[in-house]
Design a protein around this ligand. Structure first.
Ligand SMILES: [Zn+2]
Length: 254
């Protein structure tokens, strides 16, 4: 359900509840309706798959899966990820943090030159973004796009909200910049574990055709697990395709 629909439902429920104002449980009815609305706001803001505030692409109806990495470019781990992808002949998408680009321009160029997709993951990637105004969000996202463009000479159109958090201001900023929000259907949680086997067993049972996998090219455990994930897909006839191909969208503008 979208935010607008849940707001309309809440208003209708409050109006109907108003007819029962003489009921001894009136206050509890009102509290119940308001609580349900607040819970829907919290879930809608934190769970990108709900498409509550922002329409995100979280999976595809096409065959194949796409692998995505957030939070790079990282001088230690991104090159190792790129080496694995090159060896396995797999194309992935990298949602990069703008402020990391200046010190890692050659690495960003390498990602692009090796045929991977580069997307915008905000410039600052701070938790503060969740409470920022539309203007500040727009400036932050644009700064990231411009940093990417200054290195690869292409304007990224894919955007992944940091922490998967969205709200109405994100929607306005994303629309103003003509960005396309990209979520995921399989969250590896590779930032929460150091155990490759644990990570592997969690991910493998969730991979189906159409899946978009979320990893971070900032983790040793990701580097250690990635070859097995790719091998599992190859053994099970699951094609790993590029993100633009899986979702049938252009990754770059003019
Ligand atoms: Zn991130």
């Amino acid at each position: 359900m979208k935010h607008k629909s849940s707001l309309q439902l809440t208003v209708i429920a409050l109006i109907i509840a108003g007819f029962f104002y003489e009921n001894p449980y009136f206050i509890y009815i009102i509290l119940g309706i308001v609580t349900a609305y607040v819970i829907s706001l919290i879930c809608g803001s934190g769970l990108i798959q709900l498409n509550y505030f922002v329409d995100s692409i979280n999976k595809s109806s096409k065959d194949g899966i796409a692998i995505t990495f957030d939070d790079g470019p990282d001088p230690q781990f991104t090159p190792q990820v790129l080496d694995i992808l090159a060896k396995e002949n797999v194309k992935a998408a990298f949602f990069v943090i703008g402020h990391k680009i200046e010190a890692n321009k050659e690495l960003l160029k390498r990602i692009h030159d090796e045929g991977h997709t580069i997307g915008n993951h905000s410039f600052s990637h701070t938790k503060k973004l969740t409470t920022s105004t539309t203007t500040l969000l727009r400036e932050d996202f644009l700064k990231c796009s411009n940093s990417i463009k200054s290195v690869i000479n292409k304007d990224p159109k894919f955007f992944r909200p940091p922490y998967g958090v969205t709200n109405p201001r994100y929607k306005r900023a994303i629309m103003a910049l003509s960005l396309k929000s990209i979520g995921w259907s399989v969250r590896s949680l590779d930032t929460k574990t150091n155990a490759p086997n644990q990570l592997k067993s969690r991910i493998l049972k969730k991979i189906f055709n159409g899946s978009i996998l979320l990893f971070h090219d900032t983790q040793q455990v990701t580097v250690e697990t990635l070859p097995d994930i790719i091998q599992h897909c190859k053994n099970n006839g699951i094609n790993i395709v590029s993100l633009p191909e899986l979702i049938d969208q252009k990754a770059y503008g003019q």
